[in-house]
Design a protein around this ligand. Structure first.
Ligand SMILES: Cc1cc2nc3c(=O)[nH]c(=O)nc-3n(C[C@H](O)[C@H](O)[C@H](O)COP(=O)(O)OP(=O)(O)OC[C@H]3O[C@@H](n4cnc5c(N)ncnc54)[C@H](O)[C@@H]3O)c2cc1C
Length: 458
């Protein structure tokens, strides 16, 4: 095992990148701006951590391949596993989705602090067993890259204590996992490189999340998706310790409240009396917290010449998604697996960064295409890249398919494979799915929430 790597950001993607690097390189240094709390509680460096974070089956499979046994540890720590569509009922723009046992996919639901702490403990335990020397520098901020326009050779860091001492850490590979607030585009400028091109599709979604405790928990989680005549939605999902998270979302002009007193009015406006009645009977555990930065944003590090030798960007530092689709953590796991696969094929070597960056981008392709395809109709013309002809056709087909998936088990299975990031977008073009999508009539979903599981599915 040769070479030294630095991971900038010790959040979920940084931790999973560490999981990919151990056993493959000689030393890894993780630079994290925050101090990790002793217990799994909210920390400032992950401001989205108060909101509902579900983990899709594509991400679960990647995590289990990278770090076998982690799903069982999450379950033991209190994460709920809910099979879709049996335990997750969803109202789409065309009505309620049918509810039945399919056995293909599930989501994990727990608080983000619990998820991160469990994965982190697992990776650190693996690191201690690996031959890689691992150092985690907490309360330390990366403030720039070392090297030239063509080759990155490390990072400059600053301690966040009173002295604010700066020092250089040399590395053969720098992995930027510093999330949405990554400063790598500016750091590229300081090295004399152009910043990566950015593609932004912003549906203008605002989020608000409150933790509540029901007296009588439901036997399912509920999702009410925004629709054209009511661009507001909500998700209701269990987390650990008997609490549930109510995440509310709305597009511009319909942003959800951040005052407790207004939450029930917002839920009433969704026109789902069952959810409203249930939430009315719950006890608040926290106030609602808002969040606004929800755009889909992809930096073109994966384009030819997009990264210098010795540098890659992963997860939110490279590509963020509208959180309503619950994809970012799964993409972090898929990206880490892609990174490890590249390392296994010959370790750090000349040209590694470009190869690894393309592999990481491929791992996020399905998430990007589905999020952008669904958000185009909501995106404001001024801040969206205009769609080409191919993307307009995709949006049309996707719209029909989403409607059909609500009631059709064949199309629904393909749709779930995609939205759980367990299949590429070509899955939606298989003959059976395409024929049913295009030829069968567009019918609405169920008019009311399916409170019972269907016994036989046709
Ligand atoms: C409201 C909301 C809801 C979401 N819901 C879901 C969901 O249901 N399911 C899902 O899969 N995804 C969801 N996501 C996406 C998910 O939160 C992100 O994809 C995920 O956190 C990305 O992990 P990351 O490690 O790249 O970034 P982060 O989790 O943001 O971590 C970045 C880390 O880098 C550190 N850092 C930053 N700058 C520096 C620096 N200069 N030096 C050192 N350290 C630094 C930070 O302190 C932090 O620890 C949601 C996102 C939002 C905004």
């Amino acid at each position: 095992m040769n070479g030294a790597a630095v991971v900038v950001g010790g959040g979920l993607a940084g931790t999973l990148a560490l999981g990919a690097l151990i056993g493959q390189v000689g030393t890894v240094t993780v630079i994290e701006r925050d101090r990790y709390p002793e217990d799994p509680v909210f920390r400032k460096g992950v401001p989205q951590g108060r909101h509902l974070h579900v983990f899709l089956s594509g991400g679960q499979r990647a995590l289990e391949t990278l770090l076998p046994g982690t799903l069982a540890e999450l379950a033991a720590a209190g994460a709920h596993r809910m099979e879709a569509p049996r335990d997750v009922i969803t109202r789409t723009a065309s009505g309620w989705q049918r509810r039945f046992h399919e056995g293909r996919h599930s989501v994990l639901s727990c608080t983000r602090p619990l998820f991160d702490a469990t994965v982190r403990a697992r990776v650190l335990a693996e690191a201690a067993r690996s031959g890689t020397r691992v150092e985690v520098l907490e309360a330390t901020e990366a403030i720039g890259l070392l090297g030239t326009a063509d080759r990155v050779s490390g990072v400059r860091v600053r301690a966040r204590d009173a002295e604010r001492a700066e020092r250089d850490i040399r590395a053969d590979l720098v992995v930027d996992a510093s999330g949405r607030s990554s400063r790598a585009p500016q750091w590229f400028g300081e090295l004399g490189r152009p910043a990566p091109r950015e593609e932004v599709v912003d549906a203008g979604i605002g989020y608000s999340t409150q933790m509540l405790r029901p007296a009588e928990p439901l036997d399912m989680s509920m999702v009410v998706e925004p629709r054209p005549n009511c661009p507001r939605g909500a998700a209701w999902s269990p987390v650990e310790n008997g609490n549930w998270l109510l995440t509310m979302a709305g597009v511009r002009g319909h942003h959800p409240p951040t005052e407790s007193a207004e939450v029930l009015d917002f839920i009433a406006s969704l026109d789902e009396p069952h959810l409203h009645e249930h939430v009315s009977g719950c006890t608040p555990v926290s106030p609602p917290f808002g969040y606004r930065d929800t755009a889909n944003r992809r930096r073109s590090y994966h384009a030819p010449g997009g990264v210098p030798e010795g540098f890659i960007a992963v997860s939110d530092a490279a590509c963020t998604f509208n959180p309503i689709y619950g994809q970012g953590m799964s993409v972090a796991a898929l990206s880490a697996l892609a990174l490890r696969d590249c390392l296994v094929k010959g370790g750090l070597r000349p040209g590694f960064a470009a190869v690894a960056q393309r592999a990481v981008a491929r791992a996020s392709d399905t998430a990007w295409l589905t999020a952008v395809g669904a958000d185009r109709p909501y995106a404001a013309a001024e801040d969206a890249t205009p769609p080409g002809a191919a993307e307009r056709i995709q949006t049309w087909y996707f719209g029909r398919l989403v409607a059909r998936a609500t009631i059709d088990p064949v199309v629904g299975a393909a749709f779930r494979d995609l939205t759980h990031l367990a299949a590429p977008t070509s899955r939606l073009l298989s003959p059976a799915v395409a024929l049913r999508t295009v030829l069968l009539p567009r019918r609405g979903g169920l008019p009311t929430p399916p409170l019972r599981v269907e016994e036989t599915v046709r």
